[in-house]
Design a protein around this ligand. Structure first.
Ligand code: MCN
Ligand code: MOS
Length: 764
């Protein structure tokens, strides 16, 4: 088994410590091409699978004529629901037990265009692609609902569990001196990671190896084990490098089942590469949303009531919720509040998670609405936010662990030059450019699922860290090297980090922006335990200069053990290990809370989402916070919008590596700019197909769209939130960007755009 080893090539002591700006230790492997991505493997005898997809959005497959495809050169198998080996149903990600019915990844009944209905497996990719075009499918078509805007879609089903209410929201609203009511909408958006999905599956007897990018190795390997009825430890899922996921690579998907089944049926390794077009239908992105927000306030801008009703689209077969009340219910402190939400089934692939699901569209609604209230009341948009500042969590009624949002407004406004803003819309201009300033806040919760980590000190004085967790670009390799280096007392380049393999210690999903906090916690504990054992060796060795000293009088620094009380020279770790005849010191530690100790045996196999703690499970309410200040420039004639500059101030608690955290924040902000101005999945109302299913038509920002982004950290260590004091980073930055831009566009033009993206046709 090869596991990629990653360690720092260079780095001075200061950068390598926790909190240092160490460069990404996986960077050189990626830049030089050494990093092996999943689909770059070539197991002996590998063949290729290509998917056949439904051309209709609703109805059923009456029959499939595969004869021409089967006769085509190189074809080994045309897999259809009729000849595929049966697969069992699996536990879902929420830990719902499987049904007794078999799982059928190839559909007979069609609920969206692009659904997988057959697969062709051939010796080469070209042969499989050519033969797939020869598969004839006969359908019986039924009317389809193309999306949230389709008149047939209706209001959908209420989700009572999403209801959040306190006080008398409707009564207070009716009596409020200022009332505003508007609808805000966000379109379907797609994850489009640069590395499309795909996998290589190889069976050896009843042991399965899968090379596949994964945000949740445990979760996906568990699903594969259940689908194919083999023990968890018989699945080896490898995912050392991932070209982005943004929420789309956490769960096992239909195409995975198809490829693994084909490998089982043919007795040969099978590669299935999802095409770029298929990344719009092989899994869903962020569902389209709509929400109506009513604000009631006093004349001086104090909120008395918020009433929100929202809906998101989902598929015909499954309920996906995009929680629209998540920011609305905690950002401000209205005495009366009501939020209700529906889901609306349409003929689409099941939507999924995309960076900050829930918080993202939720912030778009409330942060635009509060801006509208600011103009209505004649109050500065920053002032109205401070006026309605929530001193504690108004929903959970618990104190915040830390909420440096006031500091964020102050630092952001100062660095941006907010005081230069002229209050009146369309009052700032330079030549033909209308200038607008906008502000909006954002938040993301601190979630916690336990994980474990292994730390080894080796005979040569080097250190190994191992976890089945992953690094999809967010910086896990680097911060774990820093954590272990600091806790043990070795230079960071002495630490090797192994990630991305299901045989390594258990790790939860790298999703929900929780992974850095909990895995650094486990590594920190394991590293301290290994260090303690090392010091024990040094004290107990009869030939050691530290013989019989008290453990707490020894220190390990820069790979050398010494006693500051003692003037004698220190002894290197390798020397102690050799003297005592030890090849390794090993410590496995986890972050399972005490009340979950009895689940330890269960945890040995894989992590489950049911052990996740919510941000309000303890005595405090735990969240990260941010504020974005934006300057836009709108062409007065054409309505083209450019983001000219942005300053964001963010509170993610303690940062393990500020360089990487800033890069995460900026990545989120850039995606937010895309969401505000460019991104929109367009579905053909006639046939339910995604029209812009490519990166030429589904626009994401390029460098030319992105101005200078300034990010300021205002966080302080928060030990209620995590072992080492950090809070959520990865998804925070995107939250609040789109409303800040919409608010700036209003300030520039006097035109309020309430449905994203803000395109020129909506401004002229
Ligand atoms: N970090 C830090 N200090 C902290 C917390 C985090 O310095 N207190 C830095 C570390 O570099 C860490 C990173 O921020 O690796 C992200 O930490 P965290 O917020 O815990 O997020 P996760 O590790 O759980 O990563 C998942 C998160 C999510 S949910 C999405 S979606 C997302 C994201 O990260 N997708 C990404 N960032 C991404 N970045 C890249 N390049 N590609 C994706 O697909
Ligand atoms: Mo992130 S959308 O929680 O993977």
């Amino acid at each position: 088994m090869t596991i990629v080893e990653t360690r720092a090539k260079r780095g001075d002591a200061a950068d390598g410590a926790l909190g240092g700006r160490l460069l990404r230790i996986d960077g050189p492997a990626k830049i030089t091409g050494l990093a092996d991505y999943a689909l770059e493997h070539h197991p002996q005898g590998m063949v290729h699978a290509v998917l056949v997809e439904s051309a209709i959005a609703s109805g059923r497959v009456v029959s499939i004529d595969a004869s021409a495809a089967e006769r085509a050169p190189g074809v080994l198998l045309v897999m259809t629901p009729d000849n595929a080996l049966p697969i069992k149903s699996a536990t879902d990600w929420l830990n719902t037990p499987p049904s007794d019915a078999p799982y059928e990844p190839l559909a007979r009944s069609i609920t969206f265009a692009g659904q997988h209905i057959a697969a062709v497996i051939a010796e080469t990719f070209e042969q499989a692609t050519a033969a797939a075009a020869l598969v004839k499918v006969y359908y019986e078509e039924a009317p389809a609902i193309a999306g949230l805007d389709d008149p047939k879609a209706g209001d959908g089903m209420p989700l009572d569990r999403m209801t959040i209410e306190w006080g008398d929201a409707h009564g207070a609203l009716a009596n409020a001196p200022i009332r505003i009511k508007h609808e805000y909408r966000t379109p379907r958006e797609y994850n489009v990671p640069i590395e499309p999905h795909g996998l290589i599956a190889e069976w050896k007897g009843d042991r399965l190896t899968v090379w596949e990018p994964s945000q949740w190795i445990d979760g996906m390997a568990r699903t594969y084990a259940e689908w194919f009825d083999i023990p968890f430890e018989n699945v080896e899922l490898r995912s050392p490098y991932i070209g982005g996921g943004f929420g789309s690579k956490a769960l096992a998907l239909e195409h995975g089942a198809i490829a693994i089944n084909a490998a089982r049926m043919l007795g040969r390794p099978v590669k299935l590469a999802v095409t770029r077009a298929q990344t719009f239908t092989a899994y869903g992105g962020r569902p389209a949303t709509r929400q109506t927000i009513e604000l009631g306030a006093t004349r001086d801008g104090k909120l008395v009531s918020i009433v929100q009703t929202g809906a998101n689209e989902t598929s015909m077969k499954a309920v996906q919720v995009e929680p629209l009340g998540s920011v609305t219910s905690i950002m401000y402190a209205p005495p009366n509040f009501s939020s209700r939400q529906n889901v609306v089934p349409v003929n689409t692939v099941k939507p999924g998670a995309l960076r900050a699901p829930g918080e993202n569209p939720s912030a778009f609604g409330i942060e635009c609405a509060i801006d509208e209230l600011a103009y209505e009341a004649g109050i500065d948009p920053v002032q109205i936010r401070l006026l309605n500042y929530a001193e504690e969590d108004p929903h959970a009624r618990k104190p915040w662990s830390t909420r440096r949002l006031r500091e964020a407004y102050a630092a952001g406004a100062e660095a941006f030059g907010w005081s230069k803003r002229q209050p009146k819309p369309r009052s700032m201009r330079e030549g033909n450019q209308l200038i607008g300033y906008g502000v909006a806040a954002g938040t993301y919760p601190v979630r916690r699922t336990p994980g474990e980590a292994l730390v080894r000190i080796l005979g040569d004085g080097s250190v190994e860290v191992a976890s089945s967790g992953i690094d999809m670009g967010q910086g896990t390799y680097t911060i774990l090297a820093q954590t272990a280096a600091e806790a043990i007392g070795v230079p960071v380049e002495k630490v090797r980090v192994k990630l991305g393999d299901s045989s390594l210690p258990r790790a939860p999903v790298a999703g929900g922006s929780q992974f850095a906090n909990l895995i650094t916690g486990a590594v920190h504990k394991a590293a301290l335990a290994a260090r303690d054992e090392l010091i024990g060796l040094a004290i107990n060795d009869p030939n050691s200069p530290f013989r019989d000293l008290q453990a707490n009088t020894l220190i390990v620094e820069n790979g050398v053990i010494s006693s500051p009380r003692d003037t004698g020279a220190g002894v290197g770790i390798a020397e102690i290990m050799q003297r005592t005849g030890r090849e390794r010191i090993e410590a496995l530690r986890d972050t399972l809370p005490e009340n979950l100790r009895n689940e330890k045996d269960h945890f040995r196999n894989f992590t489950t989402i049911t052990t996740m703690l919510s941000p309000t499970d303890g005595d405090y309410s735990l969240h990260s916070w941010c504020v974005h200040f934006v300057e836009v420039r709108v062409d007065a004639d054409f309505g083209t919008v450019r983001v000219a500059r942005m300053v964001s101030a963010l509170d993610s608690g303690r940062l393990y590596n500020p360089k990487l955290a800033e890069s995460q924040w900026k990545g989120g902000i850039i995606m937010g700019i895309g969401q505000a101005l460019l991104e929109e999945g367009i579905v053909d109302a006639r046939n339910g197909r995604v029209i812009n299913n490519n990166l030429g038509d589904y626009l994401v920002p390029t460098n030319a769209d992105i101005p200078d982004l300034k990010v300021i950290s205002v966080g302080v260590p928060d030990t209620h939130a995590s072992v080492l004091g950090g809070k959520a980073v990865g998804e925070l930055g995107i939250v609040g960007v789109a409303p800040a831009i919409a608010n700036a566009v209003y300030h520039a033009t006097g035109v309020r755009v309430r449905d994203l993206p803000i395109t020129m046709d909506k401004l002229t």
